[in-house]
Design a protein around this ligand. Structure first.
Ligand SMILES: NC(=O)c1ccc[n+]([C@@H]2O[C@H](COP(=O)([O-])OP(=O)(O)OC[C@H]3O[C@@H](n4cnc5c(N)ncnc54)[C@H](O)[C@@H]3O)[C@@H](O)[C@H]2O)c1
Length: 439
């Protein structure tokens, strides 16, 4: 490992959760201009800003610009960065203007999902590297465009599936792949979250001052302003997101694909979807979904409940890798192995193991991105991996929307077999003047 690399990793580890300590500020001043990475943030309210903070916790990263269509968010974030670093980034409300900047190496995309593709492709075309939040995009087709754009314009694109950098997940994957649990027959995934119900129904209101709501909607259908279809809660509406399935499902399903010998697109997908609790709730997405993905190596069995917050092994969400010798349960707080019992030998079939404690992973995922920008290497969640994870979330959502119990996906042809209604949902319809980007 080079000294620079180890420095990046250490800075990320030490400062990832902090907001610029004096030691870090000093280290920032020591980094040579030629070694600096200049980033800009597009979509700054919540997760995007969190990801920017992790970038700024690396001594060699500068934030040169922030863009948001909500002036209130924009002003607040510009000030926060100025207060922390002593330098005020340039402010923008139109990402296209931001992308004209020459003194810019990479962008972080922290907008709602319906914007990811347009901005990411434009960034690639402008010669910028991209950290795009998960799910990679709000449709199957848009993920393809982004994958093509990163390849065509030789851009580094990291998809924000940060669990790939989490110690508990890395150790779990290594144990599974080493054969420690024997042959894996199933990967059971559960994700139970209260917020999956969506907000209570609210009346339409006027657009908050400082917000360009038409720009916020962008390629999505025109609507009057409702606070539920805005910051944070947009994820419960198909026009902008995919509910709990693409919010949490995409993270957890990624961990199942990750342990496949050759990570693959789903082929047959069986979906049960229902709305159990919709009373007074404002959402398009489903609160109850069970999905089976039979894969070459094992069955992925996904179980989701919006509005519930407890689950198997006393965990609201998790992944169980079920092997012949034992089952490994993992989530962001650690993992534990439950060995099978050998009745003849009167002994467990493998040794129990445990890792406890939260392992923050956003910082390491960001550090990996910055390393890859400099070394021009593929990051830990490159576009194709982001596309596969998103496919596993979008296909069940499409099945739920059209009421199909089973869909067959042909990844070569990039279409569903014999289902016109499902094929009609591969691509979104963009509202003028926005058009699907051409790569
Ligand atoms: N990796 C994770 O663990 C994780 C966690 C939460 C959210 N996310 C992802 O992060 C993204 C943002 O989610 P959030 O919860 O922060 O959403 P949010 O609604 O809180 O913030 C989105 C921001 O983007 C701005 N915006 C919208 N359109 C824009 C445009 N065209 N140009 C510039 N700014 C625009 C909004 O005004 C808002 O400030 C989503 O893709 C979400 O799935 C990832």
């Amino acid at each position: 490992m080079t000294r620079r690399r180890s420095f990046i990793q250490q800075s990320a580890l030490i400062a990832g959760g902090l907001w610029l300590s004096p030691t870090l500020l000093h280290a920032r001043q020591q980094t040579a201009p030629s070694d600096r990475v200049r980033v800009a943030l597009i979509g700054a309210n919540n997760m995007g800003f969190g990801i920017l903070r992790h970038h700024l916790a690396l001594a060699e990263v500068d934030c040169v610009a922030i863009c948001d269509v909500d002036q209130n968010v924009l002003e607040k974030r510009l000030k926060e960065v100025e207060d922390a670093t002593g330098k005020r980034p340039e402010g923008f409300t139109d990402f296209r203007k931001l992308l004209e900047k020459k003194d810019l190496d990479a962008v972080i995309i922290g907008t709602p999902d319906h914007w990811h593709c347009l901005i990411a492709v434009a960034a690639c075309q402008a010669g910028k590297d991209v950290y795009v939040e998960k799910p990679m995009a709000n449709s199957i087709g848009e993920c393809d465009l982004m994958t093509q754009a990163a390849a065509k314009y030789s851009r580094i694109m990291q998809v924000g599936q940060q669990q790939r950098a989490g110690q508990a997940f890395i150790e779990s994957r290594d144990l599974v792949k080493s054969g420690y649990l024997g042959k894996i027959r199933k990967v059971n995934i559960w994700s139970n979250f209260n917020y999956g119900l969506g907000n209570e129904i609210k009346p339409l209101t006027t657009v908050p001052e400082g917000v360009d709501y038409d720009f916020w909607l962008g390629p999505a259908p025109k609507r009057e302003f409702n606070p539920n279809r805005f910051h944070g809660s947009w994820r419960h509406f198909w026009d902008y997101g995919g509910g709990l399935m693409s919010d949490w499902g995409v993270h957890l399903l990624d961990m199942a694909i990750w342990v496949e010998e050759n990570p693959s697109a789903p082929s047959i997908v069986m979906t049960y979807a229902k709305n159990v609790n919709k009373e007074n709730r404002d959402r398009d997405t489903f609160d109850t979904m069970n999905v089976l993905f039979p894969k070459k190596d094992f069955l992925i069995n996904y179980d989701m409940n919006g509005g519930l917050q407890s689950g198997p092994y006393n965990k609201p969400y998790g992944i169980a890798y079920v092997g012949e010798l034992g089952t490994l349960i993992v989530n962001r707080n650690g993992y534990e192995i439950y060995p099978e019992w050998d009745g003849t030998a009167k002994a467990p079939k493998c040794e129990a193991k445990k890792l406890e404690g939260t392992t923050e992973s956003h910082n390491l995922h960001v550090a990996n991105f910055v390393e890859c920008i400099k070394a021009r290497n593929q990051p830990s969640c490159p576009p194709e991996a982001g596309r596969l994870a998103a496919l596993h979330a979008h296909i069940p959502n499409i099945a739920a929307r059209i009421g199909a119990e089973q869909l067959i996906w042909d990844d070569q042809k990039r279409e569903f077999v014999g289902n016109a209604a499902a094929n009609a949902l591969i691509w979104p319809e963009y509202r003028e003047p926005w058009t699907l980007p051409k790569v």
